[in-house]
Design a protein around this ligand. Structure first.
Ligand SMILES: [Zn+2]
Length: 137
């Protein structure tokens, strides 16, 4: 399978094996958000990812960290949407003006539906299954 650009950037640079030094990836560091570089290391030319401040990952470690970060961010988005819905509901209940009450209620209903979609997305999200030796082939 050929490497593909996503939004104009390769996640892993093509022709990595012929490069004399680490190459910049299109992937951010799961710990600090900085740019990750990658280079093949060792006899098996396993990919090693490093950010500017020194966070270092094997392929497996990077995948696990990215999956965990994504999962946490989805929960953060879900919580934010639930809080917005609750806030709008309570503001609608306190609002004397009918038009204001309607606007709060409409946005609250949208937030409720979006929270439901986020919850289903979280529940449907399945991390990649790694082989027994830990490194995808
Ligand atoms: Zn980092």
């Amino acid at each position: 399978m050929q490497l593909a650009k996503v939004q104009g950037v390769y996640a892993i640079p093509p022709r990595l094996e012929v490069a004399p030094e680490p190459q910049l990836t299109g992937v951010s560091c799961p710990d600090c958000g900085g740019s990750l570089s990658v280079e093949p290391e060792g006899k098996r030319a396993d990919l090693v990812f490093k950010c500017r401040v020194g966070h270092t990952y094997s392929v497996t470690e990077l995948l696990v960290a990215k999956e965990e970060r994504l999962h946490a961010r989805l929960w953060t988005a879900y919580t934010a949407m639930m809080e917005l819905e609750a806030l709008l509901h309570d503001l609608a209940a306190r609002e004397a003006n009918e038009d204001g009450r309607r606007r709060y209620a409409q946005r609250g209903e949208v937030a409720r539906r979006q929270a439901g979609r986020l919850r289903r997305l979280i529940e449907d999200d399945t991390p990649v299954t790694l082989p027994a030796d830990g490194e995808p082939t």
